[in-house]
Design a binder for this molecule. Structure first.
Ligand code: HAM
Length: 426
């Protein structure tokens, strides 16, 4: 036998039994986004490599170590998108969507990062992202955070996630802070872990992210980002906080939260859970007022976030928060046995769909005994089975069997079947 080819490590199939949960989550998010009047945008999965280098930052983990980059047949360097923000800005600029107008957009799809796969961390993973453009004030920062809080409520996750919030200040304030931090840490370089020593030269704010206990201890005495905030950023943050307070959304201020992508300024946030182990950030984002200009457009304020679909699904599964009706995908399973029954069954299925468009009906195809078909009916999760045997075909009837409830079994005229089911069962 030929050797079987397997999927690439960290890239997962989403199997039929998992799809209902994906559809439930995606459906709930789409409902949420519609209720805020956000519009969908779809971008290509592949972009020019330069787009990500220029936006995410040359000295970030993503660009340095994690991108799937290759030369196409023309010799152009292309990259499988590691995130959606850069592509979204590129698309909006290219199509004039940012000229004298505001935008509230969302997208979903796979992203690619060559990270070490583990639970909740994959090399192909799905994000649902939101990006807004043209609004400089903290009301829109608040709106996108309130939107995520509403989603947790819809999914039953409110008590399972906490909001970490920070402000990075203006680019100038951050540059001043960076200098102070470099001076402080530079004088104590030998006490830093290896990764932080390297980051001190390339991307010093990322040292704040270090998980190393000795580095963390050192940081306790380091200059604090908030001491360097400019007035405008401080007021911006105060307004955001006052709206979140008024809306009853709780948060923790985390001055060490700097995010792994370079384009942020002012507001940054992450929703984290302690139920998923090391990969506990389910949603993250912030403001990126400089990015549009950095990519060649006019200065345009922007704020957004992205959530990790696999992580949210893991969380819903771990906490058993998936409603049972989501997992049942069928209402009726039709079992035909004997001469002429296949034709009758397919016509009956269509009759039921015509009469009650909400009914989910499947017809058994491929033959087999009543016994084997009934087993399939049971396994299908359908609420009822419809039996079409020789007697039923001859009499123009169908036998209805309630597989889960108290309604028992009843033989009715085929023409009455739809109404009987709707009345007695659903
Ligand atoms: P990010 O923090 O890199 O931000 O990713 C956002 C979310 O995607 C994470 O919080 C996590 O839930 C999920 N995620 C990231 N990497 C993986 C992975 N390897 N496996 C599974 N899930 C993962 C961004 O991507 C920004 N573009 C967010 C943003 C939008 N900021 C402003 N607008």
């Amino acid at each position: 036998m030929a050797k079987k080819i397997q999927a690439i490590r960290g890239m997962n199939d989403i199997l039929p039994e998992q799809s209902p949960v994906w559809q439930y989550l995606e459906g709930t998010v789409k409902e949420l986004l519609a209720s805020y009047g956000y519009d969908e945008i779809r971008m290509p999965i592949v972009e020019q490599t330069a787009l990500f280098k220029r936006s995410i930052g040359e000295v970030t983990d993503i660009v340095e170590k994690e991108m799937y980059t290759f030369d196409d047949r023309n010799g152009d360097s292309l990259t499988l998108r590691p995130e959606g923000t850069a592509s979204c800005v590129r698309a909006c600029e290219e199509h004039g969507l940012l000229y004298n107008q505001t935008q509230r957009l969302w997208y979903t799809g796979p992203m690619f990062r060559h990270e070490r796969p583990q639970k909740g961390r994959y090399r192909q993973f799905y994000q649902i992202g939101v990006e807004t453009f043209g609004m400089p004030t903290a009301d829109i920062d608040a709106e996108v955070i309130l939107m995520t809080a509403r989603l947790w409520k819809m999914l039953g996750l409110t008590d399972q996630v906490t909001l970490q919030l920070n402000t990075l200040g203006s680019n100038e304030a951050r540059a001043q802070y960076r200098d102070a931090l470099v001076e402080f840490l530079g004088a104590r370089k030998d006490q830093l872990d290896e990764d932080s020593q390297r980051r001190l030269d390339t991307n010093p704010l990322r040292v704040l992210d270090s998980k190393d206990p000795a580095t963390q201890a050192l940081l306790a005495d380091a200059p604090q980002l908030h001491e360097y905030l400019d007035d405008e950023s401080r007021e911006h943050f105060d307004l955001l906080r006052s709206i979140l307070d008024a809306a009853g959304v709780q948060y923790e201020i985390n001055q060490r939260l700097v995010r792994g992508l370079d384009y942020y300024c002012k507001t940054v946030f992450e929703w984290v859970t302690d139920k998923l182990g090391a990969q506990g950030t389910v949603c993250a984002g912030g403001r990126y007022d400089g990015l549009v200009e950095q990519l060649g457009g006019k200065p345009t304020p922007a704020v957004g976030f992205a959530m990790g679909v696999e992580r949210l699904i893991l969380l819903l599964e771990t906490l058993e928060l998936i409603p049972q009706e989501v997992l049942n995908t069928l209402d009726v399973y039709i079992c035909p046995v004997g001469e002429g029954s296949a034709r009758a069954a397919l016509l009956l299925a269509d009759q039921l769909r015509d009469e009650h468009s909400w009914l989910r009906v499947q017809t058994h195809c491929g033959g087999g005994s009543f016994k084997s078909q009934m087993k399939k009916a049971d396994k299908s999760g359908a609420r009822i089975a419809l039996l079409l045997g020789e007697d039923e075909i001859n009499n123009g009837t169908v036998t209805i069997k309630d597989l889960r409830g108290e309604a028992g079994q009843e033989t009715v005229a085929v023409s009455d079947a739809g109404d009987w089911i709707a009345r007695e069962i659903f």
